[in-house]
Design a protein. Structure first.
Length: 339
């Protein structure tokens, strides 16, 4: 009568893992289906983003509209138009603190009014609008090449499709890799992926609602300071700028996941992170200057400060882990001495 032998004493039964043993060709078959499912998820996601291209453009132009409202609150001018054409701008004085400024109309329309046998030109106030098409203070996005719209659509499909398909890609890869891992390794991977996805979303939201508005505001004002008008932008350049900026900020927020993973595997520890803090500050500044498309110092600091904060959080968590390991080691040593 065959009896199942117990596991070796140095192996924790709760930590056993690894799925059923398969031949090499079966693993290749699983890998093939994993690649097929990943490609299918990416292609379907890209098609969805391509169909929703107009809605994505409206979503990506919102920070531009908000940044120009900040300009309008500090530089009050009245715009004079004839039809859809802007024929002049007249300063109406003061800043947002001027109580009379908000009551003044932001733009006027030139209209022809019959006066007996003559015609006179009059200015009629227009209601304020925040849409890029009617608000003259918002730079209009235009294509200056025959394939400009196609390039914008492809970029939206590429970046948006990859972002939309990322959870499914991670799921399919996990279904292929996780069965071969031990239980504690699976638990760490689950936590790392969940925290990484959350930090990526936080980074993208932070970039969309804060960094992009301030960056666009700074670039417009800097162009005006140099004497250039910033009322028309290439749609391809703007979409590329926004997408790369959001992707860069989202990836930079993965720093705690990377550092704490290195701490777990033993490459780094609390003391090393503390000792390397000064080097990280310099490297953080250089990296933020390289990954921010605008390249201005203010945007660099706006990104570098949160990243430095994430580094300090990682150091704090590593210190908590180190103290817990020291306490467990001391308890184990005390138990060994008593026996």
């Amino acid at each position: 009568m065959a009896v199942d032998s117990p596991p070796p004493p140095d192996v924790d039964p709760e930590d056993e893992g690894g799925g059923p043993v398969k031949p090499f060709l079966d693993h290749l078959e699983d890998l093939r289906w994993t690649v097929i499912k990943v490609l299918a998820a990416v292609i379907v996601s890209m098609f969805v983003c391509l169909v929703a291209g107009r809605q994505l453009v409206q979503l990506l132009t919102w920070p531009l509209i908000q940044s120009q409202q900040l300009i309008a609150s500090t530089n009050v001018t009245a715009v004079i138009r004839a039809g859809d054409m802007v024929i002049g701008r007249v300063p109406i004085g003061g800043h947002a603190t001027n109580l009379a400024a908000p009551a003044l109309p932001p733009s006027f329309q030139v209209v022809i009014v019959p006066d007996g046998t003559n015609f006179t030109l009059q200015l009629e106030p227009e209601p304020f609008s925040i849409t890029p098409r009617t608000d003259p203070d918002v730079p209009m996005l235009k294509n200056y090449s025959p394939i400009g719209g196609i390039i914008v659509a492809l970029k939206l499909a590429l970046y948006g499709g990859m972002s939309l398909a990322a959870p499914f890609v991670m799921l399919f890869i996990g279904q292929f890799v996780l069965p071969a891992m031990r239980r504690h390794e699976k638990q760490f991977i689950y936590r790392a992926v969940a925290i990484g996805v959350g930090l990526f979303i936080v980074g993208v939201v932070f970039c969309y609602f804060i960094i992009m508005q301030i960056t666009l505001l700074a670039t417009v004002q800097f162009s005006n300071w140099l004497g250039f008008q910033a009322d028309e932008w290439r749609a391809e350049d703007y979409i590329d700028f926004v997408l790369k900026m959001m992707l860069a900020v989202g990836l930079s927020f993965q720093l705690p996941v990377i550092l704490l993973t290195l701490v777990k595997v033993g490459v780094l520890d609390y003391e090393k992170l503390t000792r390397y803090r000064s080097y990280f500050i310099v490297g953080n500044m250089v990296a933020c200057a390289l990954i921010t498309p605008s390249g201005d110092p203010f945007t660099m600091l706006l990104l570098a400060i949160p990243v430095q904060g994430l580094y300090e959080i990682s150091v704090f968590i590593a210190k908590v882990w180190w103290r817990r390991e020291q306490r467990e080691y001391e308890e184990a040593e005390g138990a060994a001495n008593t026996t």
